[in-house]
Design a protein around this ligand. Structure first.
Ligand SMILES: CC(C)(COP(=O)(O)OP(=O)(O)OC[C@H]1O[C@@H](n2cnc3c(N)ncnc32)[C@H](O)[C@@H]1OP(=O)(O)O)[C@@H](O)C(=O)NCCC(=O)NCCS
Length: 182
């Protein structure tokens, strides 16, 4: 495991290490068509698969997954994947699994909190992600935070009967933007 897995505090939410007791909720989210629509995978996940994945994850040193907690509830996950200490980079993935919590600013705040950790205590220089071309809500929050488009993986995913472009985005430590003043 990478050092101690810690709790990251944002203004309205906190990120705490994902626990095995969270997995049933994650299975529910990753089996919900409205969530899967925005992700690279097409099929629902099962609890045994998720438990196997978690056992493997606990042994890994290159991945840190956080539960996003807001209003006293676990509403989603955010993870740093493929953490590379040599080149000081990682990938990031986020899901707010409860659609009633979408568009309330939690995704932006969770991503900012994870990036402050990645560029601060983890000393990374670059964080990258892949996003489906039609996921405009996600792309807007990434661009607002300072992510740049690196390129397009053309027709990389087959989704709902058609091929979809996948946009590769990244942010460097010096590019993270301050939150907009309300
Ligand atoms: C994509 C996702 C993570 C975005 O998270 P979110 O919490 O819905 O996004 P936010 O609320 O931070 O930002 C969306 C809107 O809320 C607004 N907002 C920002 N701060 C706010 C606040 N404090 N209060 C209210 N609204 C706020 C933003 O202005 C934004 O509006 P706009 O897009 O119309 O400009 C989330 O919708 C999700 O998990 N979707 C399904 C899975 C997915 O797409 N994952 C990403 C795969 S790459």
């Amino acid at each position: 495991m990478l050092e101690t897995r810690r709790i990251l505090q944002g203004d309205r939410l906190r990120l705490r290490p994902l626990a095995s007791t969270d997995l049933r909720r994650c299975v529910k989210w990753f089996s919900d068509p409205q969530i899967i629509h925005f992700l690279g995978r097409n099929s629902p996940v099962t609890l045994p698969e998720e438990e196997r994945w978690f056992r493997d994850y606990e042994r890994r040193t290159d991945e840190q997954i956080f539960a996003i907690e807001a209003e006293g509830l676990h509403i989603g996950n955010i993870g740093l994947h493929k953490i590379d200490r040599v080149h000081r980079k990682s990938e990031v993935g986020i899901v707010i699994g409860e659609p009633t919590f979408w568009s309330k600013g939690y995704g932006t705040e969770a991503m900012r909190t994870a990036l402050l950790y990645a560029f601060g205590p983890l000393s990374l220089n670059k964080v990258s992600l892949d996003v489906l071309e039609y996921n405009t809500r996600a792309i807007r929050i990434y661009e607002r935070l300072g992510f740049n488009r690196e390129g397009v993986h053309r027709e990389d995913i087959y989704k709902d009967g058609r091929f979809v472009h996948v946009i590769r985005m990244s942010i460097l430590a010096r590019e993270l933007r301050e939150p907009a003043v309300p």
